[in-house]
Design a protein around this ligand. Structure first.
Ligand code: XMP
Length: 508
């Protein structure tokens, strides 16, 4: 398989660069700038991309790389800091720009392989305070802006290209076309990274690794473990056992949906452990959010491992780890591998032959593409993020069976109405919350004193910040009417109009 190396110098868009490369059907992997050159030489990379980064190349403590990398005969594209680094490595001059550029800027370009099919003037995304004040020998300047005399330079003899702007962000009008040109015209890739190939190749690899042994997978009903289950099922069928712990804090009918999907559409052994009662007992009287989270997490694994102990023939242990869980940071702490949030601690008395992570090379959107190709229903493949502790963090204060049932009903109505209008596709996440507060109401001639429910809906790209969604009033009105009419025990509905920050998306 053809591979592009994204050498990470700490830029905020490094993952985006790799994803854009993969969108162009070429596999990209990210390695930190501390990776030894021998490791890079040992891989047959078709091209190398230096990412951006927040530093100044002339600062000695900034991330640098041995100059040898430019002499390997592999095409190189430098982006932002990576662009300045190439100039600096080859004896050009990098200085603080008299005018920093930030945002959408017009660039004027000359004829180049990199710009095939791109007009002379277009908009690009800039974000820099240093610039190349003198291009190195052997490089021709092929792009300029009003404030940046060397916005793009190339050395066609050595296939080295450098752009000051960020082609990977969508604000760069022809950014993707430019990356495509680099991949196909400069690196001469053929585009063999397609999901059908991935599925076939992975199924083959899984079969040869697993042989006639068994595999156990913890299925949460989330996207990653569901797709891992689909792949493993295709590879080894009944040799796979999925263990699904239903703690009773999932959304309405979700547990049944997961069970039905995997027992009717896929060949595997499916073990469902229903333990709502156990969880509610453990959570009785607990109101502190952190304590609730801790109990739910601890009990989940207790139940899970207890179930695993019952499996006589264990074989391999599979997990839905995905690529962002494994990427090492390029911010100077590359020795610290990012904590695998999908990885679980295994008790000492349980032994497996090995751990299998069939999705460890995929980004989330690729995992979804694989899921769709495997025939996993859209509801699972496009499932919105759902916290591990489930509705436990959406019921404020003590969790009881009655509150779980109330919240599940209200939340299901909210989801149904959003799906009917198609409005859900505009949102990153939406759900109902039960604050455990009662208020006075009136129903016919009667005074009521019942629960209040909060609707929460946000738009966001990355969940680090989020905006509350401006849902049309008539849609909110329908949801409110239906909840107060259909859910016995709720007499008031409010809509949360707080962004993140200062609020978080979840309530606890
Ligand atoms: P907050 O509430 O921190 O949430 O703004 C950001 C995103 O993370 C999700 N979230 C979780 N996901 N386990 C998870 O897997 C958790 O414990 C958890 N808590 C929050 C939340 O739903 C939102 O998408």
């Amino acid at each position: 398989m053809e591979k592009i190396l994204v050498l990470d110098f700490g830029g905020q868009y490094n993952q985006l660069i790799a994803r854009r490369v993969r969108d162009n059907n070429v596999y990209a992997e990210i390695l930190p700038y501390t990776t030894p050159i021998e490791k890079i030489k040992a891989n047959d990379y078709k091209g190398i991309i230096f990412t951006g980064g927040p530093n100044s190349v002339y600062d000695e403590s900034s991330p640098h790389y041995t100059k040898e990398i430019l002499n390997l005969g592999i095409p190189v594209l430098g982006i932002c800091y990576g662009c300045q680094l190439i100039a600096w490595m080859r004896g050009g001059r990098v200085s603080t720009a008299p005018v920093s550029e930030y945002g959408k800027i017009e660039v004027t370009i000359k004829d180049s392989l990199l710009f095939k099919g791109i007009p002379e003037k277009s908009t690009v995304w800039m974000s820099h305070t240093d610039y190349i004040s003198e291009a190195p020998t052997g490089f021709e300047i092929i792009g300029t802006t009003n404030d940046c005399p060397c916005a793009v330079m190339e050395n066609t003899a050595e296939n080295i290209y450098a752009v000051q702007f960020h082609p990977e962000v969508t604000h760069s009008e022809y950014g993707n076309k430019m990356l495509h040109n680099f991949l196909y015209l400069v690196c001469k890739c053929s585009g063999d990274w397609v999901m059908d190939n991935f599925i076939d190749k992975t199924v083959e690899e899984l079969r040869s690794k697993i042989g006639d042994k068994k595999v156990i997978l913890g299925l949460s009903g989330g996207v990653d473990s569901s797709v891992a289950a689909g792949l493993l099922s295709r590879a080894v069928g009944k040799q796979l056992t999925c263990v699904f712990v239903d703690q009773g804090l999932m959304r309405k009918d979700e547990g049944d949906f997961v069970e039905k999907t995997f027992t009717s559409l896929f060949d595997m052994n499916f073990v469902r452990v229903n333990c709502q009662e156990h969880f509610l007992n453990e959570l009785q009287g607990v109101t502190d959010p952190e304590e609730k989270r801790k109990i739910i997490g601890t009990e989940f694994y207790k139940v899970f491992w207890e179930e695993i102990r019952k499996q006589s023939d264990k074989g391999f242990f599979a997990q839905g780890t995905i690529y962002p869980d494994c990427i090492e940071s390029g911010k100077g702490d590359a020795d610290k591998i990012k904590t695998h949030h999908n990885k679980v601690e295994m008790p000492e008395d349980i032994e497996f032959l090995d751990v299998i992570e069939p999705l460890a090379s995929l980004f989330k959107d690729e995992v979804r593409r694989v899921g769709e190709k495997l025939g996993i229903p859209k509801e699972l493949v496009w499932r919105q993020p759902f916290p591990g502790p489930g509705l436990g963090v959406r019921i404020i204060g003590e969790i009881t069976a009655e509150k779980v049932a109330l919240l599940q009903q209200a939340d299901a109505i909210f989801r149904e109405e959003m799906a009917k209008t198609g409005y859900e596709s505009e949102l990153a996440q939406f759900f109902a919350v039960l604050p455990g507060v009662k208020s006075v109401g009136v129903m016919g001639d009667h005074r009521t004193y019942e629960h209040l429910v909060i609707l929460r809906a946000v738009t966001t790209d990355d969940f680090m910040t989020a905006d509350w969604a401006k849902i049309p009033y008539d849609l909110l009105a329908r949801v409110s009417n239906r909840i107060t009419n259909e859910v016995k025990g709720i007499n008031r509905v409010v809509y949360d109009i707080t962004s993140k920050p200062p609020a978080t998306v979840e309530y606890e």
